[in-house]
Design a protein around this ligand. Sequence first.
Ligand SMILES: Nc1ncnc2c1ncn2[C@@H]1O[C@H](COP(=O)(O)OP(=O)(O)OP(=O)(O)O)[C@@H](O)[C@H]1O
Ligand SMILES: [Mg+2]
Length: 610
Amino acid sequence: MSTPPATAKPTTTPTPSSFRSILRLYEYVRPYRWRILGGMGAAMGASLVALVIPYVLEWLVDGPLSSGDRAQVLPAGLAILVLGVFEAVFIASRRRLVLKPSTQIEASMRNALYNKLQDLPVAFHDRWQSGQLLSRSVSDLSLIRRWLAFGIVLLIVNIVTIIVGFVILFTWGWLLGAIFLLASVPIWINGLLFERRYSVVARRSQDQVGDLATSVEQSVHGIRVLKAFGRGHTKLDEFAEQAEALRGTEIQKAKAIAGIWMWLLLAPDVAFALCLLAGIWMASQHQITVGALFAFFSTATVLRFPIESIGFLLSMTFDTRTAVDRYFEVMDSKNTIQDPANPKTIVEPHGALAFNAVHFRYQDAGAEYPDLIDGLDLRLRPGETMALVGLTGCGKTTLLSLVPRLYDVTGGSVTIDGVDIRDLTRAELRRHVGVAFEDATLFSTSVRENVLLGRPDVSGAEAETLLREALDIAQASFVDDLPDGVDTRVGEEGLSLSGGQRQRLALARAIAARPNVLVLDDPLSALDVDTEARVEEGLRRVLAETTSLIVAHRPSTVNLADRVALMENGRITAVGTHSELMATNDHYRYVISSLDEDQDDVDQREEAMA
Ligand SMILES: Nc1ncnc2c1ncn2[C@@H]1O[C@H](COP(=O)(O)OP(=O)(O)OP(=O)(O)O)[C@@H](O)[C@H]1O
Ligand SMILES: [Mg+2]
């Protein structure tokens, strides 16, 4: 994945106390809402049972215990035991009810995200760092799952418990209740202040985790280069710097949490102490019974956990809100490359590829690039093989990527058999167009699956024939010497192949797709001259029926072509056979003579000419 410019990294800071984004989770929660509500009901039941126990205690203390009626003590004890069992059963059912849907929701959100990432155009992936996408699809989603599994449930239940609990406290003794309530006020105030501070650092921390993931991904990807240049330690320093920044943010987060925890732990203790003093005085004045005082403190004890856990649950909720924001940032990204409303089809495909006054420029979130392709016209006849030649960086790869609609033109049109490719569904377009790019990407799967990637429609003997043929043309018989033949796993987790081997498999993949239009970006650059000649021989057979546009960096590749197109300043400035152009075109001769040389030489010569 390419490294995006720093400006492109999405770092929107959410406006504090907007919870609308979290509500958007509902579309995923909907199928499981009854189970989650059931879980919430169970949690509520557990809390209510816990709040009933003090009533039994009051009755026990003021009744049988003070009158000395031992016969009543046992039933009262049993009643408390039964209530305790009920509470345990409720808690267990909450877990059972909520755990499964939360994992299912996580899975469906992750699938939706993956789907979206596959659907989004290349331009999106140019802009976004892979690590950001990785952290969103892994850590953010698991945070959301945990929040759904108990965060939201306990938050709501605890708030209700606190409200009901305070009402009960007031019935035991309004003065004591008032003291307890007043002592809790600092908690609520701090909770509000906490939200402000916390949501900003939470977002920063989650973004930094994404950056860190990007660093690891890039270093692992580029491990050979780093090692070869002995730059591992610089990368390490960079990584350490990022890790340090993340650590700083985490410490800020922990400080914010510690700040609220202090109040959460201190306030109830202070409240308990004040109530105890007041309660003992009131009991001595006979304003409250010992049983009621006892019940008051049991109720207050029940409320301790909900009050203490509110801070943790709040911070979790803010983290989750950030995670949801980050998730929907990706999900809301617009895919500009869409299927048309009224798709056309190519009834009789001949493969006449044409570029009509095509304009194209790369677009980024912040930056505006000039037109790289600037009113380019080019027509390929059906069945023709055309080589595309131009100086490095003139936009050849870019031009090819317009054909499978990896990018859309910003002006003009690309047509196949007279039909604008934007009027075809993407599925149909991909049936007509086969591609192989410079960097031959293979997936961590068998040779067979890599080559037949574009042909999910064939199977069995037909697939086997197709596979053999494609491998044969691409001169990829080396696969038979691999440990498991065409079933050998290649790519990142499998056997490493050489550059030329990879290229030949990528070429076989393009051929196996049996397209009418084949676009090849310098497909033979890593091959030796002999192998190249044999591949060309094979290609000539296929290319006879296929229209192909081939970027050529070597004169030998140019030889493949019926005609050659010369690209210069975003346009095609000349089309003709190799010998025609050699005879008539200065720039062509210059490009051809530079093709075999090092870029340095070309640069030097350009300087000399200037
Ligand atoms: N995703 C992108 N975003 C912005 N600019 C890009 C992007 N990809 C390529 N470019 C720029 O577009 C120009 C043309 O690139 P392109 O890869 O099409 O050249 P090329 O003709 O294929 O070169 P080469 O012969 O070296 O393969 C370059 O200046 C490059 O920096
Ligand atoms: Mg290129």
